[in-house]
Design a binder for this molecule. Structure first.
Ligand SMILES: C[S@@+](CC[C@H](N)C(=O)[O-])C[C@H]1O[C@@H](n2cnc3c(N)ncnc32)[C@H](O)[C@@H]1O
Length: 761
């Protein structure tokens, strides 16, 4: 291919040589190259002597380098010391040699310029130079075709042309000669593959070419970069496994922060007010402009009417003409002042790395198990768990709120004050707090106590009476409880069973953290049962004093041991410690008395039952019978309160009946077998139902232990070794000591019975 190109008339070599032969060189535009030197050297070396003889050609008007006209002598060469000269001064250095072996129009032009204008000699000279060039390039080209080229023909005919024409052509071709030589040089350097920066810079328009090249080089095609991913074929069992395209990750949208109850209520109210359109409050000027203090003032938002009036006396609203006072609360603060105190949540002083108890299944809600749910719904008290407060939105649900007094939580159905003004929604608040998550909001954590096993402490502060944590678990029937004690928990160290409601039991084995809360004779909390949305729920509330971060949370178990022998040593360490996990000292009765009382109560109850069965109660009991007692109809708050308490009383009476008869049965059995199985009924639980609505607020819990005599010893023994975590090692070989007393009692269980602390006093 290269050969074919070389022989064509448009070949690179022919293009160079032909057009320039007659034209005088344009030295200004043609870079001098080494070939020119070699040509000139070869010619000048021969002509040096002649040059001195023949006069220099007159200038044609253009500036030109006429090398041949100047004869030079190299003294160093002549004197033989050229070898010591610096390389650049040495004529025979490699550069010169290299220059000799390159081709340039300069050489040809030089040849022309030398005055040898005869066609033959020019042809000879040209072909010799081309041959030199071909040799230098080591190409397999022939120079023969050169003479047949169009340019050559023109050249040969050029002699006949008029001198004017020749001059014209010479001028025209001067420029093109330079261009062609340049392009040839470029191509040649490309062919040689040695493109030095220097060389590139010497040719015309190097910058442009370079930029284009650079742009080209940036493209993946030029750089031979395959933009498609390399796919490796995977073959399995003779089949091509087609790889699935990588799945795109779904964008997880950040959940919007949930609106609080109050916010929601506000927005609903706003919408109502402005017919669904959002109202805008514009600040017109100043810091608090646009906020009409009369309208927006929010000083006593959560206070009762009395309190509002009181505060109005302390800090009456006075419009400030000069500058608005700080925000609404600020105004009152400025006038009343308060002691400085650090916010408690600035730091958390609790040490990390508490030992954790064994993992247990947690639930934050009560769950009915087995037929507990059905039993619950069919119970006589099921429908009585409703109450409605008559509070007004102006006052909110204050201390006199009927629901609050009766331990019913307000909700949208039963609250007269409305969501904004109601402060009787502890469980709803707790739920909201927990929903947001984080240890601070949950507020409690398990700790390892020195000698009472695990316990629970607060990791934030709680205000007085504030809800802390709910006691949740599985709600089971007594039968299920028996079964679990006999089968599931027979090897357990500890039981988390709490008597709940209507003979149901909360089993917190799968339950909330509240199960770890220990007893104290001087507790800082209370375990209270509330009716929330028609269902009973237990929760730990702060006592009368606020609770600081890091305090261990305790409540009074009100442990009823049933037997003086059956007590556990208390290690609460409080000043007024009773020494045992039992009722307060004045309530502790000798075992004999406990048995006596139980028999008495049992006999009494069975007598009544007998009378009821045979229809004797009307005559004998007359008005004393709760069923027959006529009550005056109350109105308003009183009415609903009394009706609610009546329901509770009737429920309580039923419970009394049941438990007394079963305790009687127990007593009979134990006396017969000489075993001390003393099942007492926690009167407090019953009294709570029968109490007036004012006292109902203290529906606190108490712990009841049921144990056999033989077991009580072991329990006691275990109690002394509480530090070794063995206090709960009384074996659960059956819930034989339970209040039904239907089986042999050889093991004990801890029960928490909802009861009233007030009743004990
Ligand atoms: C419901 S558990 C409380 C959590 C228990 N500390 C644990 O480690 O799982 C009740 C048991 O804790 C122990 N306990 C609680 N308070 C106590 C106290 N003040 N003194 C001694 N033992 C206590 C008793 O063994 C009691 O039977």
């Amino acid at each position: 291919m290269e050969m074919a190109r070389a022989s064509s008339s448009d070949s690179i070599l022919s293009a160079i040589t032909v057009d320039d032969l007659n034209a005088p060189p344009s030295f200004s535009s043609t870079p001098p190259t080494s070939i020119g030197d070699s040509a000139s050297i070869s010619s000048t070396s021969l002509q040096l002597d002649d040059t001195s003889a023949t006069p220099a050609e007159p200038s044609t008007g253009r500036s030109r380098r006429v090398r041949t006209s100047v004869g030079t002598y190299n003294v160093k060469v002549l004197s033989g010391t050229a070898i010591h000269a610096p390389r650049k001064f040495r004529k025979d250095n490699d550069d010169t040699e290299a220059r000799r072996r390159t081709i340039s129009g300069d050489t040809l032009i030089g040849a022309l310029a030398s005055g040898n204008t005869s066609t033959e000699s020019v042809q000879k000279e040209a072909s010799r130079l081309v041959r030199d060039g071909i040799e230098a390039l080591d190409l397999q080209w022939s120079v023969k075709g050169l003479y047949k080229s169009k340019s050559q023909t023109e050249l040969s005919g050029g002699a006949e042309k008029s001198a004017k024409q020749i001059e014209l052509e010479r001028r025209r071709s001067t420029r093109s000669a330079g261009e062609k030589i340049e392009s040839f040089t470029k191509k040649l350097t490309g062919v040689l593959g040695k493109r030095s920066r220097k060389q590139e810079d010497t040719v015309a328009g190097p910058k442009k070419a370079k930029r284009e090249l650079r742009n080209l080089a940036d493209t993946p095609e030029f750089a031979k970069i395959d933009t498609k991913p390399v796919v490796h074929e995977v073959w399995s069992k003779g089949k091509l496994v087609v790889a699935e395209p990588p799945r795109k990750k779904k964008k997880v949208e950040a959940p919007e922060p949930e609106k609080t109850r109050v916010e929601e209520a506000k927005s609903i109210e706003k919408k109502k007010k402005f017919g669904g359109k959002r109202a805008k409050t514009w600040l017109k000027k100043g810091l608090y402009a646009g906020q009409d203090p009369q309208v927006n003032r929010d000083w006593f938002k959560d206070d009762s009417l009395d309190m509002r009036k009181k505060m109005e006396d302390i800090a009456p609203y006075k419009p400030n003409g000069f500058m608005p006072l700080p925000m609404w609360h600020g105004q009152r603060l400025l006038q009343t002042g308060r002691d400085f105190k650090l916010p408690f949540d600035v730091c958390n002083p609790l040490p990390h790395g508490q030992p954790k108890p064994n993992e247990w299944q947690k639930t934050s809600r009560n769950r009915f198990v087995g037929n507990a749910g059905t039993l619950w719904r069919t119970s006589s008290l099921f429908d009585s768990f409703s109450s409605k407060c008559v509070c007004k939105p102006e006052n909110g649900c204050d201390d006199n709120c009927q629901n609050r007094v009766m331990l019913y939580e307000c909700d949208n159905e039963n609250c007269g004050a409305g969501i904004e003004r109601c402060t009787n929604r502890a469980f709803a608040d707790l739920q909201e707090r927990r929903k947001l998550g984080g240890p601070y909001r949950i507020g409690v954590e398990v700790i390892k106590t020195e000698d009472r096993g695990y316990g629970v402490r607060s990791n934030r502060c709680f205000g007085p009476h504030q809800i802390i944590v709910e006691y949740t678990g599985e709600i089971i029937t007594e039968e299920e409880c028996d079964r679990r004690m006999n089968e599931d928990y027979k090897d357990n160290d500890c039981y988390y069973l709490m008597s709940f409601d209507q003979s149901m039991i909360i089993d917190a084995t799968k339950g909330s953290i509240a199960r770890f809360i220990n007893h104290s004779c001087m507790p800082n909390c209370r375990m209270v049962k509330w009716i929330v949305g028609g269902k009973p729920r237990m929760a730990l509330f702060a006592g009368d004093n606020p609770i600081m971060s890091g305090e261990e949370l305790t409540y009074d178990y009100n442990f009823d041991p049933f037997s003086a022998k059956n007590v556990q040593e208390c290690r609460c360490g409080s000043d007024n410690c009773r020494g045992v996990l039992g009722p307060k000292p004045k309530d502790v009765k000798p075992a004999k008395e406990i048995v006596k009382e139980a028999i008495k109560a049992g006999v009494k109850a069975s007598k009544r039952k007998f009378k009821e069965l045979f229809g004797m109660d009307e005559e004998d009991d007359g008005d004393r019978s709760p069923k027959k007692r006529k009550m005056k109809e109350a109105k308003g708050v009183k009415r609903s309160a009394s009706s609610a308490s009546m329901k509770l009383v009737s429920g309580a009476a039923e419970t009394i009946k049941k438990t007394v008869s079963s305790s009687l049965l127990n007593v009979r059995r134990t006396t017969g077998t000489k075993r001390v199985i003393k099942k007492t009924i926690k009167a407090s639980a019953l009294q709570a139902y029968g109490k007036s609505q004012k006292n109902a607020s203290s529906r606190n819990s108490s712990l009841t232990i049921v144990a056999t005599e033989s077991n009580s010893l072991s329990t006691k023994g275990n109690a002394s070794s509480l530090g070794k975590q063995s206090v709960r090692k009384y074996k659960a070989k059956g819930i034989r000591g339970n209040h039904k007393g239907s089986r042999d009692a050889s093991a004990g269980t801890i029960r928490v019975v909802a009861g009233s602390e007030d009743d004990e006093e």
